[in-house]
Design a protein around this ligand. Sequence first.
Ligand code: UD1
Length: 343
Amino acid sequence: MSDKLKILVTGGNGFIGSHTVVELLHAGYNPVIADNFSNSSPGIVENIERITGKRPAFSETDICSESETQKLFLEHGPFDAVIHFAAFKAVGESMEKPLMYYHNNIGSLISLIRVMQQNQVSKLVFSSSCTVYGQPDILPVTEKTPLKSAASPYGKTKQLCEEIINDVCTVEKLDAVSLRYFNPAGAHESALIGELPLGIPNNLVPFIMQTAIGKREVLNVFGGDYNTPDGTAIRDYIHVVDVAKAHVSALQRLYSQHSHNGNEIFNLGTGKGNSVLEAINSFEKTSGTKLNYKIVARRSGDIEKVWADTSMANKELGWKTELDIDDIMRSAWNWEKYLASNV
Ligand code: UD1
């Protein structure tokens, strides 16, 4: 069945998008990438082709623009389903430029759903985030854990997008799956695609890699006084290839008899939390490289600890993680070395 299905992947050139396109191709789907290069580079399609032996169609489109999106559907459709990644994702930047985040992240979803409706496309996989939970009172976090006020405009856009999808699903023909990612990291084992942070990275794993390769002098560990076993904050780091495979499972869900009409929500994590120091140890062990780091003050807006209960995704999507934090560090390090010798 998957052979015949043409899947629009917005933001398909980005970090999670590009890995998902690879998994879609492996599974026999026909993905079409739409991306405006706002946080990605043009060489990705070639590398996807090198990995899979298949070249996905590509369209340079800003999904916020309804006319551009309509043109995309006319030129590359008809689409059977859409996976929507295209969004801004830097928490700190969203605090400085809230309007830009609301405009881009909310605007692109509205424009996309409107054009989907005009073209009778009713299946959507949405890229959400564990940031919607804030600092939860009880761990691990299940999909039923009450949402707290998000700490950043970025987080609020994810909450609002989920609400928009919920509301549309109740009155229109739209079936959706929203995937709440915990902390995606790592790279493809080929080292041909991975995370390409613009400027100074905000996220831990890219910062570790850039420090180890010599682009940054020292990794600041934000906070050594948290209420955790080693005093550093805990997150659920999930390998990007596991995240990508969950999107294939989510699509299958939308085509299965189990699909509910509405917006189904799943956590994507490993179910295990690692502290910042554990992440550093994993890096040092797998790479054989010492990392220059120092413990500094907490970063404002950070939460202390969060990790996922993944039983819903395991049971309902038939998906589970296959890789762990060592695989994340090994693959991210191979990718960093590839970048150093190729860019
Ligand atoms: C946050 C969001 C996540 C979102 C991501 C996008 C939450 C719980 N998570 O992730 O949903 O997808 O931003 O950017 O809101 N750290 C250091 N030094 C560094 C960088 C990070 O010590 O140089 C620490 C942080 O303090 C944190 C951990 O590493 O404890 C992970 O940080 P990061 O990779 O930035 O991700 P989150 O902030 O958890």
